[in-house]
Structures are given as structure tokens and as C-alpha cells.
Design a protein. Sequence first.
Lengths: 488, 428
Amino acid sequence: MTSTTTPGPVVRTAFEQVLDPADVISDPVQCRAYECDGLTGYRVTPALVLLPRDAGQVAAAVRVCADLGVPFVARGAGTGLSGGALPVADGVVISLARLKRVLEVDPVDRRAVVEPGVTNLEITAAAAPYGLYYAPDPSSQQVCTIGGNVAENSGGAHCLKYGFTTNHVLSCEVVLADGSVVTLGADTGEQAGPDLRGVFLGSEGTLGITTKITVRLLRTPETVRTLLADFPSVAAAGDVVSDVVAAGIVPAAVEMMDTLAIEAAEEAVHAGYTLGVAAALVVELDGPAEECDVQFEQVKAICDKHGCTRLHIAASPEERAAIWRGRKAAFAAVGRISPDYFVQDGVVPRTRLAEVLDRIAAMGDAAGLRVANVFHAGDGNLHPLVLYSAAAGETERAEKLSGEIAELCVELGGSLSGEHGIGTDKACSMPKMFSEDDLAVMARVRAGFDPKGLCNPGKVLPTPRLCGERPGKYRPHPLEESGVIERL
Amino acid sequence: MTGFDTRRPPERELLDDCVHCGFCLPTCPTYQLWGEEMDSPRGRIYLMDLAEKGEIPLDGPFTEHVDRCLGCMACVTACPSGVQYDRLLESVRPQIERNVEREQSDKLFRDAIFALFPYRNRLRLAALPGALYQKLRAIPAVARLAERLPGRFAAMESLLPPVSVREAFARLPVFTPAAGERRARVALLSGCVQDVFFHRVNEATVRVLAAEGCDVLVPREQGCCGALELHAGREHSALTRAKRDIAVFETLDVDHVVANVAGCGSSMKEYGHLLADDPEWADRAAAFSATVRDVHEVLADLGPRAERRPFRGRVAYHDACHLGHAQGVREQPRAVLRSIPELVLVDLPEAALCCGSAGIYNMVMPEAADELGARKAANVRSVEPDLVVTANPGCLLQIGKHLGRATPLLHPVQLLDASIRGVPVPRS
């Protein structure tokens, strides 16, 4: 009758024996609040939501899942953009939101031990009194959790210089699919033998649930210099990026936004972006003051050489913060200029930035849709946002364009995803990038960790069921429309 | 079929503005407390969306999670997509009050609150036994009895402000002339709870405004502004009060109608929107709302004129949610405080987080309110202030309850008043 199955009392009772019964949510209305993450196009109501309070309860809950053959999906703040935390019907969601203690900050060895529900920014806040910080900075850093960052191997604006999450996680305590607890990696950094920590990082919740993470902390840079430069064309801004890198400068971050993205961000935060320009670059340098000053002059000269129309240098930490607020709020801010949008996450070699942007613009024109671009230009990680109106019947066209853009990135020698993960969203595109052999090896690794296939099933690797459905925003199943079935 | 009735259901476009990014989660007090999606702004909007589509009923979990919202509007500040959660909540709460049958005990408790608080004269009468009770409370046997009160009543008891009978029955002058050259002519909302339990704040407000060059009018016919009812979804009686106050204030020839209570100012600024579909009142309400200012807005706009004596000490300013989040008034109170020489202004950690007062919240949801109150008090202690100031009586009582008596708690105008008059700063 319905897509939701009420769990048998046996299953619920089993969880209630290892968790406080109040922390086992079975009310169908309450469970619906968990039916999607940051990608709302896919929605599945879980049978139960579990809210464990410590690592022991997580392990106990997973053991129950293993014993009873119940699939489970871990969830942090639910901000993922690839549907990685999409629940499984008849399965449980294990929320890590209550595991949010910073267990230890060790300023001498420069590391912190945290629970998975701690937000990315809270780690930096805890480290700040010692002049330290946690480097990877996804744009959602104020809300996304470190557990989710580990699952997605999240990046961020400053990963150009400092590397992704995997470069900053020393070890993880992991609850495996059978409920056993292991530690992957070591607090000392390098470890003999296969790098299982490296396998786990970025496995999108398919190999286990992390319950304790030891991260590396860095010293807060002595100097930070930030500039915002406007350009008459996206190509000119792209050339600046290539020239800066060719000059041997490693900026902390190089971000680009186009006209539409600027309009949205400026409307949201009033950070002083110029409305109407074709492209804006945010370039940030950090490090020792002398080095920063010299390189900053070089960057300014390169900007001028490529026809920069306005160059604004952040004069205070507040101005710098405002520039970043605009950049980091850009995705959500696009909600102000379009009722609906798809976010892509493709990567291209940096040298092909101008080319890919020209082609995206042409594809957008051909499809009659607007595409906003906001991206990590320094490492070629694009985030084209295809704007559309579902109410105006543009969904299908937008979906097609979005898929074509991702595949264009692969065609140009890049990747389907830079940092948002494959999740549910791009699982069907995996064969465009990987051979059958590649995918078979991935499946075998996964089966090694999770032989029963209970751990976030249906994500990352394509399955026939998933690929039979079209991606995109939620739309009723044909049987739902005809009144044969109903959603609860 | 939507579960809402036809009177102002949450608007589809407003629901669609939410892109589910989750930027609101860290700033939401209930998500901070419980870590449950349904008790976050994103989750509540999700449930509103389902209810609007008729996929879930209004009673049960939907009402439970909307009830648990403090209405602090921190999410509105945090939202990059410009979601108007304030408007959504404002339309959903009356829907619940009209269409969901509450449990008898809950209904009686809420009715009792609203039979007392908006009425100045009833509050004055209540102040008499209140004052007597507080004297008796010093007797150990009475104190022991008080400790055995059940949850919600214990919460009310512990929030009872120090009652002074003299203060409860005092009245503000109807007209106070500006000192020196007049710079503005304003009318003051004296309020209900404020005028009975915090009359001293009203007196200080009148003195400060006059000292800064304002003629101050306090019409006797005015009543409660309806904020408490409005924020709890009792729309009909709130709007009746709104109309009465509009009628009283619109006859006065003033530049501004001034509020010194965050919640009152916020709701009076909303009258225009709330009465927009009432042909008789729409224009009058819009015109009225356009004149409403928080007292700090007026003082900051005028700029300091009266001489200030120094205050040597650290002053922590707590942003009342209905001033910071709901009205966007954050800089002006700070500017006003900085006009006092030698005063050291300190900000609080987690400043955007509600203290748990939230209108009637700390009476109907005492456990959650206590956790938030304790957290706010810990944040206040961490900056070691000599004095805490905030512009809302609810916050003053709530923070006072959790902070204890060691640190004086005042409305900012009380401090400014003492500075201008050159008298010692009061203890409360």
C-alpha cells in the first residue's frame, strides 16, 4: 500500500533495549523530517530514526542492525548535496547529531579528538585559543559535521593550498557493519601496512560509521591578505588563475563567481561585490608577512594585465569575513534569484577552465536556462548551478543540462565530483568515468567491509533500481499519481 | 487537501523559499538542545510544507514541534536564502490555536496566563499577594512548600520579579517636556508587564528621552500591545489590542511611537502586515507601524546631547531576540551604551542564542527554558561583567533567575539614566 513500512514491534523493541526508548523515533510524521538531506530531489522515509548519545550506543545500534538484517544510513547535519544521507525504506537512520563533544585539544602535538557530530567550525573554535585551526573549510562549515566531512572527504575554498579532509584526519574510530569497533590510522600520522584510513575517508558512509576522529590542527597563519577583483569576462578571470599558479604562487584560495552568483550573494549578505560584472575572483594569500606582501603585488599585477576593472583589497578582518560570507552563502543565496536549482560538482584541469565555462554558457543558451557559476577556480572544481522553475515545467530540461555539464567535465579529462560526493545523485554516472573492472573492484572492497550490504546501500555504486529512476527533485511515482499507492 | 483553514495559511511561495541547506541548525536553540531534525527551523518548515499539502495532520507531532519553537527568529538572521520563518510561524500558530484541541490542563494553563498578563490592572492586583508572598518566601517552611510546586507552576513562581507595591501602582506623567531645545516629539508604549513590574525602566526611559530633547507623551488610554498573544498564536485578541492602540496613538501628533520592550516593538512594527487584509485598518496599521521605533533607535539617531558621567566597569549587552533577530536592532543599543564614558562594553559568547525566556515559553516549556537559561548564564559569567543589560523584561527575569543576584541586571536606559543624572547605578 505505501512506501513506508511500519517496523515490526520486534525491531523497534530491539533498538529500545540498547537506546533510551525516547531516542528511538518511530512516529511516521517525525520520521518524515529525515527523508532527505541537502539534496531534496530524492526523498525516502526511513522506518526508524535512532538518536544515540555516545559511541557505545552507536555500536550497539549497528549490532542490532547486523543481527536483524536492517539496513542503516548515518546522518550528521544533513547538509550533503549528493543525497549521501538519503534513508533506505525499511531501514533506519542513525543520527550522529548528539555526539558533539570536543574530547581533547592537544596544542603541543597540534591535534584534536572530536565526536562526529561536532561541526567543522566548532573544531576551529576549540583550537583558536591556542593559535591553531582546522584547515579544510567547506562552505557549509558552520553547520556541516566532521563525521560528514570524513564520509565525503570534503573540500573547501582553502583546500587548494592545504588539501582535503583526508590530509587532516589522522585516525578514525569506526563502527563496522557488524557492530565491531576498530581504529583506522594512527595519531602519529604514517602507519605501516595498507592505508585503511585512506580507504575509509570519502567512502560516503558505505564502509562504517565513524564515532571518534583525531584531526590535525595547523597554526593560524601569521598574515592573511584577501582581494576581490572584477573582470569583464569569465575567460579573463580564468587566465588570471592559470597565470597565478604558473608564477609559482600557491594561494590559500582562489574562488570565482559569475554575474548571477554575484547577484545572489550580494543580495544575501551585502558584502560589497560589484553587481553586473562578468566575473569576480576572490584571491587569498596567507603565510609569513614578507612572502605574502611580495606575492600579493604579483597577483595584483596579473589581475591588471588581464583587464581587471576593479580591485578591492580587504582592509580589515571584518571586510575579509564579509567577502567570504558572500562566497560561502552563494549556493543557498541562489534560492533568492531562482525558485529551483541543481548544483553540479564537476572538476576540470585548470587549464581548461575558460573553455569549459564557454561551453557551459553555450549549453545553457541552447537549453534556454540560466547557469550560475561559483567555484573553486584554483583546483578546477566547478559548481555550476542550473537555475529553473519546476512550476514552469523546466525540471526535465534542467536535469538534462545538469547531467550534460557533469559529463562534459569527464570528457575534458576531469571528474564527476570534486567534493560533494557521488551519493545517490551521481551513482548512475559512475560508468561514464570508470570501467566495469574499476567498479567491480570498488564493489569488492565494499563487500570486504560490509558483506551483508547493510551500510548505506544504494549509494556511490550504480544499481539497476536506482538507474531506472530519473534523478532530480521529488516527483510523485506514476502509481502515486494514479492513486494506486500513497505517500505517508 | 491542505490541513490548514483558509484564514492566512502559510504561503506556498514562502515555504518554497527554503532550499534545505541547514544553515539555520547551529543557531536554533531547540536543535542545540535536542539535536532532532523536527525541532530545527528546517525540519519545522518541512513539516509545515507537508501539512500545507495535506500529507500530515495538524494535531500530534506537528503541533508538538511548532509549540517547542521559541520564536526567537535566530534562523531568520542565519538564513542565506531569505526564508521568512517569522511570517511562516506567524501564520501557523493561529492555525494551531483555531484547529487543534489542546489537552485540558494545557488549555487551562495557557488561558490563565492570557487572562492575567495583558491586563495592567489585573497584574497590579496580582502584585499585592505577590509582594506579600515574597515576604513570606523568606520563611523556610514557605520556601520548602514552594520547592514542591509542579513544573510549570514552579517555573512561574521562580520567575516572579521582585514586586514593589509602590512601583506597581505608580503612573507615568501624560506629558513630559523636552529638556532644552526640542529635537523630537514621541509617544511611549508603557506596556503591561513592563509598567507594573518594571515601572522604573519606564520612568528611566521618559527621563532619558526628555533629557535628550524629546517631548514624551504617555497616553493613559493605551493598553497591552498584544505581543504575548500574537507570539503564542492568539491572533484574534492580539489584533483587537493592536487596533485599540493604533486608535489611541494615531491621534497624537508625534514623530515616533517608542517601545522600550523588544517584544512589543517587534509586534507593533508587524501591525501593518498583520492587518494588511483588513480594509478598514490596513492603511492605518501600516501608517502606525511606520512610526514605531525601539528606544535605542531613537537615541542613536538623535545622537548624545545630555552630558554623561562615566561608568567604570565591564558591561555585557545581551541581544534580546525580538530586538536583534526580529527587528535587526543590534548596533544602536551598543552605540547608546558606548556614549557613556569609560564604560567597557563586552559581547557574550553564543550571543545569537536565545536565553529561553521567549514570551510565555519559560512558563509552558520550563525544562527547555531552564537549560537555555543556564547556558546563557554560563556565557555571561565567562566574560566576567560587572553589569548585564538587556532590553526585554522577559530576558531580565530569565537571565536573573539563572545568573543569581551577584551581578546586577538592568535595561540599558536605566544605566544611561543614571549616567545622565549622575546618580548611582541601581541594582535592578
